[in-house]
Ligand binder design. Structure first.
Ligand code: BGC
Length: 528
């Protein structure tokens, strides 16, 4: 964490605190007008998200097969920051009923969680189904129904069954068929109970970090090749699952199927420099457009800019064919329009500019293809993991960019949240949610972006992939040292509940204790 966000003299802080609160209100009033403008529409969907591998634990219980994260972390215990793994995690497999209660206590109507593919199909293939795993998700869904909560289920949140990873995972074209078998089985088994599905969670994070680099499992480090294969087949698998549902299940199950993409907002470092503006747009297309354009644009296929860059670089690098695979005409049509909503995960913003001679990347790689210098603004606070700095207007700009590029389709914010290093008095998280939700409201009310819902990430402190348990995103704390994995409510849970119950943001609901500075500075830039 940078010291600049910590250092402040108490007197100055108190003065600036009251001034900033006043300034905030003045700006807010100027931003809207009527009291109702601060409110979320009656039908706005509030929810909270989790993912199987990050909370369930019970890695080898009840007939579950291994996921590639289980296998890799057992073989490489040093891989995570704290040398931990997901064997027990938050133990939600056993504590699911308590967790449903926690969801209920937030006042939200929706719970987004993922099915563990290897818990349902231990080897990944549908010839052998796991009864205990099936029963587990039926029990969870029943508990949700009893609590009057609606389930939104993700089919793939990164826990690829190990036997399928051994065959190359998403770099193997046959994985599309295996995913389709899994999807068919899941729609058949659970389709009466689940009416909102997301096929894939964040193909970009999964493919770039796991296939392109070694930041996530499977740590293949196949930059500029493996990551594009992974993306290509994940997009195809998504579209085929969507079409399967549309044809065989939707007519009587009447549900919706979408995909969740993630995006940082890319801000030009110098907002009037055409080179930085171009760099930021290049990044957005390479990072988000590569997935969104085939699915959400009117013409389909990869964005022309992305196709040109990767084809051109591949030629220069003496590849016989482009490192970016090609969709057939039939596939382009099949993929286009294959999502009932745009699921969006957003956490942070980066500044983009043209690289200098000091910026070097492995060739080939996605980074080299993208050719953008990414940095954080030192004025933006970083409360936990170093990749996540806080810049609330980023979400409004991103929502507008999606609308401008892909039209007026419904957007569901399937994840948004921040991490710190723990503690129940999480004022920074309270402020983060207030400010990001406020920016979401601005996008809805001033820019007419069609945001249908918002899911906080995440319900509980969980297994944070490479960070292990070192960084915390939860609205509830989990004591990972206690065998019971005791849960305790954080301030941010109370605050989120108040927003959900009243359908509006009350910036004064959780008050900063006197003598303490605001967790991070509010200034005009990060308010409107
Ligand atoms: C992922 C989550 C993860 C969160 C915070 C998102 O990219 O979907 O699984 O915990 O970011 O790192």
């Amino acid at each position: 964490m940078r010291s600049s966000s910590k250092v402040a003299k108490i007197g100055a802080v108190l003065v600036s605190f009251s001034l900033l609160c006043l300034a905030h209100r003045a700006i807010a009033i100027e931003g809207f007008g009527n009291k109702e403008d601060y409110e979320f529409p009656e039908n706005f969907k509030f929810g909270v998200s989790t993912a199987a591998f990050q909370i369930e634990g019970a890695w080898n219980e009840g007939g579950k097969g291994e996921s590639m994260w289980d296998t890799y972390l057992h073989q490489h215990p040093e891989y995570t920051l704290d040398h931990s793994n997901g064997d027990i995690a938050a133990d939600s497999y056993h504590k699911y009923a308590e967790d449903v209660k926690l969801v209920k206590d937030l006042g939200v109507q929706y719970y987004r969680f993922s099915f563990s593919w290897p818990r349902l199909l231990p080897k990944g293939t549908d010839n052998k189904k796991n009864k205990d795993g099936i029963d587990y998700y039926h029990r969870l869904l029943k508990e949700l129904r009893k609590a009057n909560l609606t389930a939104m289920v993700t089919l793939f949140h990164w826990d690829m069954p190990t036997p399928l990873m051994d065959l190359g995972g998403w770099s193997n074209p046959k994985m599309v068929d295996y995913f389709l078998d899994y999807a068919r089985f899941v729609f058949t088994e659970f389709g009466d109970e689940v009416k909102i599905w997301t096929t894939m969670n964040e193909p970009q994070q999964h493919c770039y970090n796991g296939y392109g680099t070694n930041y996530f499992v499977p740590a293949l480090e196949s930059g500029g090749i493996g990551d594009y294969l992974c993306s290509h087949y994940m997009i195809l698998a998504h579209a085929k699952a969507y079409r399967l549902y549309e044809k065989e299940f939707k007519p009587y199950q009447n549900g919706r199927v979408g995909i969740t993409l993630d995006a940082f907002w890319a801000e030009p470092k110098n907002s009037i420099d055409p080179i930085d503006i171009e760099a930021a747009e290049r990044y957005r297309q390479m990072r988000v457009g590569i997935y969104a354009h085939p699915i959400f644009s009117k013409v389909g296929d990869y964005p022309p800019l992305v196709r040109n860059i990767i084809d051109g670089n591949s030629r220069q690098q003496n590849f016989t064919r482009s490192r970016l695979p090609v969709f057939s005409q039939d596939e382009i049509q099949e993929i286009k329009g294959s999502s009932d909503f745009f699921g969006l995960n957003h956490y942070t913003t980066y500044l983009m500019s043209q690289p200098t001679v000091n910026d070097t990347w492995t060739i080939p790689s996605w980074d080299h293809d993208t050719f953008v210098r990414m940095e954080q603004n030192p004025a933006w606070p970083i409360p936990g993991a170093d990749w996540l700095s806080i810049y609330p207007p980023g979400i409004r700009k991103l929502l507008n960019w999606i609308k401008n590029n892909y039209g007026d389709m419904p957007i569901i914010i399937t994840e948004n949240g921040m991490c710190d290093f723990g503690g129940l008095m999480d004022y920074t998280r309270v402020q983060y949610y207030n400010d990001y939700l406020y920016q979401t409201l601005l996008a809805m009310k001033k820019d007419y972006v069609n945001v249908e819902g918002y899911f906080a990430w995440t319900l509980l402190d969980d297994f944070e992939w490479t960070d292990g348990y070192a960084t915390k995103f939860g609205l509830y704390e989990v004591d990972f040292n206690s065998p019971e994995r005791t849960r305790r409510k954080k301030l941010s849970a109370d605050n989120y509940r108040n927003i959900v119950m009243t359908r509006k943001i009350d910036f004064d609901y959780i008050k900063q204790p006197r003598m303490k500075k605001l967790p991070y500075q509010r200034n005009e830039e990060n308010i409107v």
